[in-house]
Design a protein around this ligand. Structure first.
Ligand SMILES: NC(=O)c1ccc[n+]([C@@H]2O[C@H](COP(=O)([O-])OP(=O)(O)OC[C@H]3O[C@@H](n4cnc5c(N)ncnc54)[C@H](O)[C@@H]3O)[C@@H](O)[C@H]2O)c1
Length: 415
């Protein structure tokens, strides 16, 4: 479904059709190019490592696009990323950046100011706590969307995001999420073959993200409490969702893709074995082990942890009645998947490829991770229905640099 090269016109065929034809497709399909000629205007929300990377991937993969607007909660992050991008001398990039001071927005409401401009497409790469509200506003503003994963940190946010993704579909807005393995040729082909029976009937699966500690920042005296929380976002459950949500979603997403949807229930355990009890490590666990059961009875074992000086493993594996696969061994990569997801997005917008909206799938994989966390934190089995209907909402509604947002305590299962 998401393999854009399998359906419709390829990008090369589209390019051959010429500028006049492309403009016709643009106006017929979405109307968005009527005031912008053939060039689609892009705004970046969240000017960090991935935001800058995603912009580069987008500009490398697409012609007739222009980065015109930036938004970030912090001025230094925006300015630093703007300067870094403007210095890029690559011929496929340097003519596609034209950001003026008037199109740079800073603060907690920066995203709203960017959405009020005439950008056609947004690239959203803030930490996940902000995603549901920002994406809902972007859809309301009529923007096409590339958004990073995970798409929320709690079930209330997941449901808000799903409503936005469904509304985007109604409005014919293209919508691509950053679970890039779904755009990676080796995965696309292998998953298709597994679904066709290449390893027989799938009996079980394992997915791992056992990696090292991500960044952790000490509080600085000149920062307000919220500034500290946001600059240290990878260390609070409410800002990042914990490592199972923030990172392991990539692997859980492959299991959901192959098994045809989310699990029915999960029993998980976890804890904090490696990270010292220091403020900069927040209230996260540092390891999770989950036994997911899918509606057809297949079990998925999932392991995710952030420990230093330990064995690292990042993989997916499915076992069938006649064989085993690492989920990418029956295909060959062609294009960088981080570029391909942006090519697919713009082909969808321009009508040169199939319409893409993978918001619900990414939301389901995010909730799969969240239900694993819920089970590990509580020590209880959690069903899909319980997670999907849960009122758990952990992002403060009233974010302000004048308020305090204490975190913790670290969850104790059963308490
Ligand atoms: N698909 C992938 O392989 C991949 C890889 C890396 C990161 N990511 C995802 O990208 C997201 C960002 O990660 P990163 O590594 O770029 O983090 P980062 O800290 O480098 O960048 C995040 C940026 O968002 C800004 N920000 C925070 N709150 C904001 C708000 N309310 N409004 C506007 N800006 C805000 C921060 O100031 C910062 O500049 C995460 O969700 C992460 O999971 C995905």
């Amino acid at each position: 479904m998401r393999d854009v090269q399998e359906q419709g016109m390829t990008r090369r065929e589209f390019a051959k059709a010429g500028a006049a034809a492309s403009f016709a497709i643009l106006t017929a399909r979405s109307g968005i190019a009527q005031t912008n000629g053939d060039t689609l205007r892009i705004g970046l929300i969240g000017c960090g490592g991935r935001g800058g990377g995603a912009v580069m991937n987008c500009l490398m993969g697409n012609d007739n696009v222009m980065l015109v607007a930036l938004a970030d909660v912090f001025e230094d992050r925006l300015t630093g990323k703007r300067q870094e991008m403007e210095k890029n001398k690559h011929s496929k990039v340097r003519t596609k950046i034209n950001v003026t001071d008037e199109m740079c927005f800073v603060g907690l409401d920066a995203y709203q100011k960017l959405l009020a401009t005439d950008v056609d497409v947004i690239i959203h790469a803030t930490p996940p706590y902000a995603r549901p509200g920002h994406i809902e506003a972007a859809v309301d503003a009529g923007k096409h969307i590339f958004t990073e994963k995970p798409i929320a940190v709690d079930p209330v946010g997941v449901r808000q995001f799903i409503r936005a993704a469904e509304k985007a579909r109604e409005k014919n807005l293209s919508f691509v999420c950053g679970t890039q393995r779904r755009y990676q040729r080796s995965y696309v082909d292998t998953v298709a073959k597994i679904k066709e029976g290449a390893i027989g009937e799938v009996l079980a699966a394992r997915v791992y993200w056992n990696g090292t500690l991500p960044f952790a920042n000490d509080r600085q005296p000149e920062w307000s409490d919220l500034e500290y929380r946001l600059r240290n976002w990878y260390n609070q459950v409410w800002t990042c969702g914990d490592n199972i949500v923030e990172q392991h979603i990539h692997n859980l997403d492959i299991a959901n893709w192959i098994l045809g949807g989310p699990p029915a229930k999960v029993t998980a355990s976890g804890g904090r074995a490696w990270k010292p009890l220091e403020e900069k490590y927040g209230d996260l666990f540092d390891h999770f082990n989950c036994d997911y059961e899918y509606p057809n009875g297949v079990h998925l074992y999932s392991a995710s942890r952030h420990w230093n000086n330990s064995k690292n493993d990042v993989f997916e594996e499915v076992t069938g009645t006649t064989g085993k696969s690492n989920c990418h061994d029956m295909g060959k990569d062609d294009m960088d998947p981080y570029v391909r997801e942006h090519v697919a997005l713009f082909e969808s917008i321009r009508g040169a490829g199939p319409y893409i909206n993978d918001g619900v799938e990414c939301a389901h994989s995010t909730l799969t991770a969240i239900m694993g966390r819920m089970s590990a934190f509580t020590g209880q089995e959690v069903t899909w229905e319980q997670a999907m209907n849960s009122d758990l909402s952990i992002v403060p509604a009233d974010l302000s640099f004048d308020k305090e947002y204490p975190v913790g305590p670290i969850a104790v299962p059963g308490v």
